[in-house]
Design a protein around this ligand. Structure first.
Ligand SMILES: Cc1cc2nc3c(=O)[nH]c(=O)nc-3n(C[C@H](O)[C@H](O)[C@H](O)COP(=O)(O)O)c2cc1C
Length: 208
């Protein structure tokens, strides 16, 4: 199932077609697929090139790590994550390697790395779904995350399945339309709240 973004201006298909499904097939990821996702995260930009992200990768059916991470998920997330082949714990490093000072963009930069991972996944026809609904303290303890690092999200990665594979009411959420604020609500001109006026989108030429 596809849920392309509705946009006023043309988007690259990788961005338009990325969304967060809950129906995942059990099929494992190949090492080459997983490696490409991690490379995409690795090459994200970051302040002072600090690269303040760490990713703890767990694979279903390989050792106990996947189950340990799964067990940290909220009940609502566990309902649809049981078949997800890869769960990744994303961690922000809160202090800079260069001088030990607080890194005020750590979560921002982790978000950039995650976005790159998600788009690379889309390019490989894989699905991703980030989750903040998990027990951070439990994840920290389970994976020996140091004190000055923060578990931020769990990212589900796998192959999309049909919505019919989900129980209700999760299935209904899978079928619900994607929603966003308008451009006028997120982009301002000159000062806070002042609408940014853009000319209507030029007619698209050719296939691009
Ligand atoms: C940091 C973060 C945390 C999220 N936490 C959850 C979560 O715990 N459970 C869930 O079902 N979806 C979660 N989501 C998915 C969002 O609900 C989803 O990205 C948003 O509704 C937009 O939908 P789309 O990704 O399909 O465009 C999370 C997304 C992000 C980026």
């Amino acid at each position: 199932m596809r849920k392309p973004a509705t946009t006023a201006f043309a988007l690259h298909p990788l961005i338009a077609e990325r969304w967060s499904p809950r129906a995942f097939a059990e099929t494992p990821l190949a090492d080459a697929e997983l490696g490409a996702l991690l490379e995409a995260a690795r090459w994200a930009p970051s302040a002072f090139n600090e690269q303040p992200w760490r990713l703890i990768v767990t694979r279903r059916g390989q050792g106990v790590a996947w189950q340990r991470l799964f067990d940290t998920l909220s009940e609502g997330n566990r309902v649809w994550c049981a078949r997800v082949p890869v769960l990744i714990l994303s961690v922000a490093m809160l202090h800079r390697r260069r001088d030990g000072l607080p890194n005020r963009t750590a979560q921002h930069d982790l978000g950039l790395a995650t976005a790159q991972l998600m788009l690379q996944a889309r390019a490989l026809d894989l699905a991703t779904h980030a989750m903040a609904g998990f027990d951070r303290d439990r994840a920290r303890a389970a994976f020996a995350v140091p004190e000055d690092c923060e578990p931020v999200a769990v990212i589900a990665v796998g192959r999309q399945d049909r919505p019919e594979s989900l129980p209700e009411p999760v299935r209904a959420r899978e079928l619900a339309p994607r929603e966003r604020l308008g451009l006028d609500a997120i982009a301002f001109a000159g000062r806070w709240g002042e609408p940014l006026r853009l000319a209507a989108a030029p007619e698209r030429r050719g296939a691009g």
